[in-house]
Design a protein around this ligand. Structure first.
Ligand code: RP5
Length: 215
């Protein structure tokens, strides 16, 4: 028998799958990770690089929690699911994902046996799953899928890119998201052009001195 908390969680997912809620009320993106120790990579941190949470919220997505159904049209949800410690929960989450209204999943795991992304991709198929190797050593176990069992994956730690890829997938159906991605990309390109103009104008020494004084 499974612990009560686990049974409750699985039952809640199964109930939600039967509700047949309208798309506006269900999360579009599901973020799952093997442990809450993966949170800094999956969410993003001050000390490290930005993560999937940062990318999604910057694009106007809001997090849907058990307590809150946000007003924003596009939302995501977040769960910790361990492939090896809670395989039943992984199975239920992946199997109910499409019926719960999710359009794309982002799955991150660390360690050498980072099986949450690849197993979730197999169970949730044909729902797209974007794998995030939380550590360098997780790369092979995330991307090493047999023929016929696909997973899309990003480089180690790059959950930010996983979120952008997820929104690219959603943008095929939502013009509004395509515009948000384009605007963000334009800002990125403009920043490079501004830097290049300033570097060329000030010269290497001048640019470097200004950067050191105002990092
Ligand atoms: C942690 O264990 C890793 O970061 C990983 O995501 C997590 C889950 O591993 P399993 O419980 O699925 O083995 O060290």
């Amino acid at each position: 028998m499974e612990p009560e908390a686990l049974e409750r969680l699985r039952a809640a997912l199964e109930r939600e799958a039967e509700l047949d809620r309208p798309a506006e009320e269900t999360p579009d993106v599901g973020i799952i990770m093997g442990s809450d120790s993966d949170l800094d990579v999956m969410m993003g941190s001050e000390q490290g690089r930005p993560g999937a949470y940062d990318a999604l919220t910057a694009l106007g997505f809001a997090e849907q929690t058990a307590e809150e159904l946000p007003d924003e049209r596009f939302t995501f949800e977040t769960y910790v699911i361990s492939a090896h410690r809670t395989p039943g929960l992984m199975y239920t989450y992946a199997e109910t994902a499409a019926d719960r209204g999710l359009e794309v999943l982002i799955a991150g795991a660390g360690g050498k046996s980072a099986d949450l992304p690849n197993m979730t991709a197999s169970i949730a198929y044909p729902l797209p799953v974007i794998g995030v190797p939380v550590q360098e050593k997780s790369l092979q176990s995330v991307i090493g899928m047999p023929q016929g069992a696909p997973i899309v994956a990003v480089d180690a730690g790059k959950s930010y890119n996983a979120a952008l890829s997820a929104v690219q997938i959603l943008a095929r159906q939502h013009e509004e998201l395509r515009e948000r991605l384009t605007a963000q990309h334009d800002a990125l390109r403009e920043a490079v052009a501004t830097t290049s103009t300033e570097l060329h104008a000030l010269g290497t020494e001048g640019f470097s001195a200004r950067r050191d004084s105002d990092p």
